[in-house]
Design a protein around this ligand. Structure first.
Ligand code: UDP
Length: 412
């Protein structure tokens, strides 16, 4: 059932080029005290979405720092993932129609099955998000430290769903939330810390590709490289408001008729809802030849996402709820100006003047699109400002530092 993910090595010293002076040395010093620590991250999918993206870099870099790190993925059938997607949505505040005794039992039986297979040879487990949250309850291991890592906006969860999940979370030694406002008020866990996610500047998705080459890659995808392009990269998910993006594009296009829109989305193994939304977006997109829809199923992988984020004139992330939104950091890292929903973890990434491009409505989003398409010099300044904020606060070594510091604290 549980599957270990195989990953190639990475070299932490390389990150010295981009991190603040002395940061990597400090991180190595911290890791020295934890050398040989057996740490296991657990989540519910090896591809698609932010958690998989994080672990792809965190695990090899931890290993290079001398930590004996592993990544294991729980398995489950469609029914289980239907339930967990609905639980995920409920923890973000949606109503939870599915919950009843049968669905609870399916969720718990799946966690029980995965727990039985979990090797207990670890000192620290970091369990990501609600899908595997009950593992700790069913796992016999009583010596390791258990951390629950919540990546979603859990500030105002559906009450019934949260009261179902809460006792399982409260069995953990610590919980991590991206920001303080996401911590539900009635949660009692001995240690609660706030750690925002981060991006890997050297991953194929984020390494520097010259913009001209990126425009060529997009040309190959059918985009007209001589006309303005806006782009949203995200899972096909209602919280990412893809239809709001289409509406904003349609309004902006009335003033900028040459405008093109690319919606680049991924479908994840633990996200059955994505398929329905993908189909609905496709229906909408075929009405307008300047709307393009791409996905990981049709060869739009990390390098292509990189090309879209680099070459777009403006990146959009019109989320209504957002735990963090790695895509915001990814686009800003490429100095692409961003217009984003004023939600959850997004504003912390939109520092300085970028704060003026946080939007609460379709109309506002359209207005900002027109402004940035017409004033590329404003966009260029925003891109420079955004990149510096990401460089100093949201790169993978900082995330590893925070996780290891927590592990050290718990093991003391
Ligand atoms: N992503 C991707 N291909 C796509 C759409 C998204 O690789 O077609 C990646 C995106 O680049 C980012 C992650 O999926 O690294 C999404 O993370 P985010 O935190 O933005 O949102 P989540 O999916 O976790 O809600």
């Amino acid at each position: 059932m549980l599957q270990k993910v195989s990953l190639g090595p990475k070299n932490i010293d390389k990150y010295d080029q981009v991190c603040n002076e002395g940061f990597i040395d400090e991180l190595k010093e911290l890791a020295k005290d934890l050398k040989g620590l057996r740490l296991c991250h657990i989540n519910s999918t090896p591809f698609g979405g932010g958690v998989a993206e994080l672990l792809l870099s965190v695990i090899p870099l931890m290993r290079d720092l001398g930590i004996d790190a592993d990544w294991q993925v729980i398995t489950g059938d469609n029914r289980f993932f239907d339930i967990t997607k609905s639980l995920h949505n409920a923890i973000q505040g949606a109503q939870y129609p599915l919950l009843e005794r049968t669905t609870e039992r399916i969720y718990l039986n799946n966690n029980l099955g995965n727990a039985k297979e979990l090797s207990t040879d670890y000192d620290v487990f970091i369990v990501n998000d609600p899908q595997p949250a009950a593992l700790r309850h069913f796992c016999e291991e009583r010596h390791a430290k258990w951390i629950w890592r919540c990546h979603i906006d859990s500030a105002t969860p559906d009450e019934y769903a949260w009261q179902f999940l809460r006792p399982y979370v409260e069995e953990y030694d610590a919980a991590i939330f991206t920001m303080q406002q996401f911590v539900p008020q009635d949660l009692h866990v001995p240690v609660i810390v706030n750690i925002p996610p981060a991006i890997d500047p050297f991953s194929p998705k984020n390494l520097h590709i010259p913009r001209k080459l990126c425009r060529e890659i997009l040309d190959n995808q059918g985009i007209d490289k001589n006309r303005p392009l806006i782009c949203q990269v995200s899972r096909f998910d209602p919280w990412k408001d893809p239809f709001g993006v289409i509406k904003a594009y349609q309004i902006a296009k009335e003033q900028e008729p040459e405008l093109q829109l690319a919606l680049v989305g991924s479908l994840a193994g633990d996200d059955p809802e994505g398929w329905q939304i993908y189909a609905a977006i496709h229906e909408e997109a075929i009405k307008d030849p300047d709307i393009y829809v791409y996905s990981n199923l049709t060869g739009v992988g990390n390098m292509e996402v990189n090309a879209f984020q680099t070459a777009a004139d403006v990146a959009i992330q019109k989320s209504i709820k957002e735990g963090f939104g790695l895509v915001v950091a990814e686009a800003l890292w490429k100095k692409t100006p961003m217009i984003a929903g004023n939600a959850g973890g997004i504003p912390m990434q939109m520092s300085g003047k970028l704060g003026n491009y946080l939007v609460d409505s379709v109309e506002q989003c359209a207005e900002k699109i027109v402004e940035l398409i017409r004033n590329p010099q404003i966009g260029a300044e925003l891109g420079v400002e955004g990149k510096e904020n990401i460089r100093s606060n949201y790169l993978t070594p900082r995330l590893i530092r925070d996780e290891l510091a927590l592990a050290k604290k718990l093991l003391k």
